[in-house]
Design a protein around this ligand. Structure first.
Ligand code: GDP
Ligand code: FE
Ligand code: FE
Ligand code: FE
Length: 187
């Protein structure tokens, strides 16, 4: 699928600000794919569709998580996590993208997972550092991302977990599992 077609499809699913974020993730993912030698077209499509399900209702996402037998523990954690796996499912069934590498990058873009692929890491980091993001620590991860992807990923996870803990938010086990996986690999 060509970029313009993909962007036109996703634009209909998103509000203006979220579409602008998506274009930022796309540009950043392509840049990182070039640096690290990932498949540029897959990075582009995964980034374009990563937040495809962001504005679906909680009811629809919950129904899909149950019917499609996704990890049911998701339902005990924040609905903020749901658009990632539900997005992977809808991008496959509604848009027709069958490439499992792209679908996995969408599926794990919020929590991460142990043993992330290069493409998954690129979409996760691009989502975190795209130019429209501004929060404490983002510039540090922006710089790290061009030097060492795993160190950038670790820092992003560290920041996210700390941010959630400061808000007394429950943390999804996969988020911790991803953190532990990278921590062990960086030792
Ligand atoms: P976005 O869709 O581009 O806004 O970014 P993400 O998909 O990466 O994250 C969506 C939201 O999920 C953010 O507000 C994160 O802080 C939140 N989030 C990520 N991991 C966890 C987690 O383990 N638990 C909870 N409660 N929220 C999380
Ligand atoms: Fe997201
Ligand atoms: Fe993210
Ligand atoms: Fe996003």
């Amino acid at each position: 699928m060509k970029r313009e077609e993909a962007l036109a499809i996703v634009r209909k699913q998103l509000k203006e600000q979220r579409y602008i974020h998506t274009v930022g993730v796309m540009e950043t993912a392509i840049e990182l794919a070039k640096i690290y030698g990932a498949d540029i077209q897959k990075a582009e499509l995964a980034a374009i569709f990563h937040d495809y399900a962001k504005f679906r209702t909680k009811e629809e996402m919950k129904r899909i998580i149950i019917e499609q037998q996704m990890p049911q523990d998701l339902l005990a954690y924040s609905p903020e996590l749901w658009h990632a796996p539900v997005g992977a499912y809808l991008v496959q069934t509604e848009v027709g993208i069958q490439d499992e590498d792209i679908l996995q990058a969408i599926r794990y873009h919020t929590s991460g997972r142990p043993n992330m692929t290069l493409l998954e890491k690129i979409v996760y980091i691009a989502d975190y550092i795209e130019p429209n993001r501004s929060f404490p620590g983002v510039d540090e991860v922006r710089a790290l991302a061009r030097e060492h992807l795993d160190v950038a990923l670790f820092r992003a996870l560290q920041n996210t977990i700390q941010f959630l803990m400061d808000k007394r938010e429950p943390i999804y086990p996969d988020t911790f599992h991803t953190y532990n996986d990278i921590a062990q690999k960086l030792k």
